[in-house]
Write a protein that binds this ligand. Sequence first.
Ligand SMILES: Nc1ncnc2c1ncn2[C@@H]1O[C@H](COP(=O)(O)OP(=O)(O)OP(=O)(O)O)[C@@H](O)[C@H]1O
Ligand SMILES: [Mg+2]
Length: 624
Amino acid sequence: MASGTSRDVVGRGLRVLGRAIREQPRIFAVAVTGSVLFGLMVIASAYVVGGVVGKVVVPAVARGSVTDGALALAAAALFGISVLRVVGIFGRRLGAGYMQYRLQATYRRRVTRRYLDLPLAWHHRNATGTLLSNANSDVEAAWYPIAPLPFAVGTLVMLVGAVVSLFLTDWALALVGLAVFPALFALNVVYSRRMAPRQARAQRLRAEVSGIAHESFDGALVVKTMGREAQETARFAARAGDLRDALISVGKLRGVFDPMLETLPSLGTLAVLVVGAIRLRQGAITVTELVSVAFLFTVLAFPVRAIGWVLAELPRSVAGWDRVRRVLDATGEMPYGEVVLDPATPAPATLAFHDVHFGYEPAEAHLPGTEVLGEVTYTVPAGKTVALVGPTGAGKSTIASLAVRLVDPRTGTVTLDGVDVRELTAASLASTVALVAQVPFVFDDTVRANIALDRPGIGDEEVWAALRLAEADGFVAALPEGLDTMVGERGTSLSGGQRQRLTLARALAGRPRLLVLDDATSAVDPRVEAAILAGLRAPADGGAPASILVVAYRRATIALADEVIYVEHGRVVARGTHTDLLATVPGYADLVTAYEQAEQEREQTRTYDEVTPLTSGLEVEVDR
Ligand SMILES: Nc1ncnc2c1ncn2[C@@H]1O[C@H](COP(=O)(O)OP(=O)(O)OP(=O)(O)O)[C@@H](O)[C@H]1O
Ligand SMILES: [Mg+2]
């Protein structure tokens, strides 16, 4: 069974290599040509050295004088061989390098492109860490054996050439070769088999060590404030210790096998000299031939190891390729339709849900998927504001995702201006609706780039207009470099509320006809939140207001809505104006009142984001 599976790995590994060769046939041909040239020159050098000894050195020793002509010829031959060897090595190295890095780049691009094409439902099931390692180390691992592959192919050709030339020389010496070469090959195979799991373990531990380090630096705030420094260090030290042990075991194995791999060819040379001496006495071979063959055995040992390198990398390559292919073969893209909603009309859009049912796909296929939303029917009429209110986990964010078609309903329809969103083109959908997500995401770029996102028609003027609508123009103007200020990884140099308003401005800059705000202003001062919403409903520039679906908690915000939809456990349980619901739905009244109380308490202990992170440190000092 065990040998069956490892033979299986070799077979699958060779198929992966076959794919690589089919993708880059020309470069591979260059590399293999270089490698074969090198191999043939190695054999040739053995025969030239044999010739020099047999035809120049031995007669010279016998006669006491050197024939200049023969010596010059030998020197020229050796020089020519060296030049060709250099050319061979150059071709092989260059070809192998090109091939390996090109394949890596190609597959990195394919994998990341695929990520962006796959629907959100797929992303929900796959951790970010895994995706990163798919695009990085898995792609690398898959193409690792490419580097020594041309060398190994060239070596195989060389071995065949060596055996043939041995047979042409003398059958007895050829038999020595037939004993030594396979033994050398077998030793390499055993070595690779033993080495592969050790290397794999070391590789995995390397990833874990850097993962732990990354996590503790990333979570430095939690680590420090919770006094977890010692435990984090211990956690890291334990893994670092494991890595050390794994690497030492790699070193030990190398220590055992390397001398054996060096010794075996020397034993072969010894056997050649013993057998060769007998054959020389029998007159079957000449001195030239004996020296050539002995020399051949010493120079062959190193290239044979290239075959071992390829075999050693195959298991890792297969594992990496399997993970890469899982991404490339993943299905479930959202097909888009052909309908384009007329973008020339700046009128607000009408959003309608008709009996929508939805459930997230289970993490593993065999688990049952539970229904998150059921029988959801409501409308956001053109130009109106609808507030979505409900306890945590009720399905508000899910409704928001459906409204902008991040996910599709199981049954029922979501329509924009009466057209099923599944029939719209991607571009039409993107220009019609905008979602400001619950968790704001900011790119490590300038404020301007974060808002414009390279979309056509969004210049500085539009960016400032969007910032004004999002009540963010004040703090952006106060930034040291205004729109050109870099905001740091995930917007670390901004406060929570500033980040929220930046993402809001990003959505507004595209002038969407339907705006979906998922708790998008929760970290903003309540007065500013109400001002933002009021501004969106009646733009100061006299433009048409967008239709708005807003997930909200604050009484002041909800009160601005034309209608309130109250959801519980994925169902719409009540709808009406804020005042109606307060009077008639006890759950609703409880929720809004409880939130208000919590908010008041929070306000007494904490200030909103109007202060920058720098000064908020001072606030804490003052509070104490
Ligand atoms: N990616 C996901 N995979 C599986 N289940 C999910 C996923 N996202 C949300 N859920 C589940 O769907 C339900 C609704 O979640 P949703 O995020 O829509 O609630 P919410 O009303 O927005 O809550 P909150 O007020 O806390 O933001 C919850 O039970 C949640 O556990
Ligand atoms: Mg939510």
